[in-house]
Design a protein around this ligand. Sequence first.
Ligand code: MG
Length: 383
Amino acid sequence: MKNIAILGSTGSIGTQALDVVRSHAEELYISVLAANSNDELLEEQIEEFSPELAVLSDEAAYQRLKSRFKHKSTQLAGGRQAFIDCAAFDDVDIVLTSMMGFAGLEPTLKAISSGKNIALANKETLVVAGELVIKRAAEHDVKILPVDSEHGAFFQCLQGEDRKAIKKLLLTASGGPFRGKKRDELKDVTVEQVLSHPIWNMGQKITVDSATLVNKGLEVIEAKWLYGVDYDQIQVVVHPQSIVHSMIEFCDNSIIAQLASTDMRLPIQYALTYPTRMSSTVESLNFWKIQSLTFEKPDIDTFKGLKFAYEAGRIGGTAPCIFNAANEAAVGAFLKGKIKFLDIYNVIEETMSRREVIQNPSLPILIAEDAAARSIAEKLCDK
Ligand code: MG
């Protein structure tokens, strides 16, 4: 029996994780459910899973739920600090970090410092503070189990292998909804077009990131920290069918790949049940239907998100934090209709050029840098 805390239980990954828990109720138990502001869905989840603790980060949402709360077996808490603290809840073995963006960093560090294993879905945590997070995880003997499908694939390919034998991580990318398009064709794309991803059904922010290839860039930085490789050893391969979830080339030029249907419940389940492999409701692959798998080089001159991420990653220090903050602000503004799709790249580039990079940043420096970069990016979006 594993006791689980889900931070971000009402989002796309959170709700799919609860699907996994439903199908393995004898092995997986929900101790903590925490969400940002969706009090109605959280209440339904409390009803079904009776966690010991439930938290709403948003104060107004917490007050709404509190005023009608009837579940005596669940303790209810509210506010940002309660959201961070619940990551250290006593009765928890593994914390699934499926909240969105930079806001995931503090609760993840708190969980690590309390010795909880992490099922990591919040990639921004490793992007902005990879060095700090990996070091702290080693100090507390905490496992970081990747939920991102590509990193979950690397993790599976590495079972029984020596990390020192890695030659190259081949990180696959679907290419997003605009694969093959050039800048001219992207000038006036609408929010709706961006949000209709051909393969994966995900939350709004990550779907925009997938269209700009910023998501793949964030994943490059995530992979660097998870597997301790150099940026030169990470190669992005566009694979539109999204059947090969990633591959590793070893020092003998042999490549091991992980293949499965495009369903996030599989990497979520492997992270939660590791090292045990369990049955799954995910559809079995039918090769007579698939017939062919194709691979292409990414177009980084059009989709500059990937280029910016490699640059920020190689500079190191606070550069990835600035890159991430600028992107979060720009995506927020794009979703509100304040800026156009290609402006996301301009906002990131301009914000990065305006901040001095600080090497070996502490948590307070990262928090300050995130706020400063976000404020610059927001002002650029308001122009
Ligand atoms: Mg991914």
